[in-house]
Design a protein around this ligand. Sequence first.
Ligand SMILES: Nc1ncnc2c1ncn2[C@@H]1O[C@H](COP(=O)(O)OP(=O)(O)O)[C@@H](O)[C@H]1O
Ligand SMILES: [Mg+2]
Length: 265
Amino acid sequence: MYDAPKLETALDQQDIKISADKVQVYYGETHAIKDVSVEIEDKTVTAFIGPSGCGKSTFLRTLNRMNDTIDICRVQGNILLDGEDIYHAKVDPVQLRAKVGMVFQKPNPFPKSIYDNIAYGPRIHGLANSKADLDVIVEKSLRRGAIWDEVKDRLHAPGTGLSGGQQQRLCIARAVATEPEVLLMDEPCSALDPIATAQVEELIDELRKNYSVVIVTHSMQQAARVSQKTAFFHLGNLVEYDDTSKIFTNPSDERTESYITGRIG
Ligand SMILES: Nc1ncnc2c1ncn2[C@@H]1O[C@H](COP(=O)(O)OP(=O)(O)O)[C@@H](O)[C@H]1O
Ligand SMILES: [Mg+2]
């Protein structure tokens, strides 16, 4: 029985989902991300915080190759998802983005019905063999997005007719419909009112059970409320990465302390 303590330690530890090593991002001559290494845990909400322009969105986009869509953008270094290099030539970025889903600042439902917003991804990725399959995926995704009860009677109404908060939960439901493993969210609540924000934050906490969630936020209160891990960026550097409670009560770096106490940013 001498190995029992070892087992307990293993249970405490979260698996590493994404491992970034010495990542650099350039926009032309601008060096926007400088030598960032970080390990993102599974079944955890990780918050990226820092002053405007410090590189939060840029680094987030490296995690599902959204930067590929920006012509002047160059990424160097290594990013592994479950140990596999996501920048390897054989990786299809469209497949990758189904696995590493993204939710944007402004809710951006397709100009289609609520049903088709959700069904679109599963259809193109061949996840459903029949209409019945697709119905199941749509319901399950809308439930995961905590919006099923509000829309179940109007699945064929346009997604754009929903309120802002509902649209954002629809977009989260759309992102989970392709069975992703990681969800990236770039300031997902910045266009929402406080009630819708609270609903989305509650949903993020729920999503943590099944996914690795990374959220960019300019709100330190939000980071403290929803995340277990926090990364503080400043001028393209990852200054400090630790348990959220540690970052907000006893940061190691002076720059983190200045930011959380409101002296910079
Ligand atoms: N598409 C782009 N083209 C050129 N420069 C960009 C682009 N996006 C961001 N940048 C620059 O990269 C730096 C980091 O920006 P960004 O990642 O948007 O910061 P944050 O999300 O923390 O506000 C800034 O200097 C910004 O001007
Ligand atoms: Mg940003």
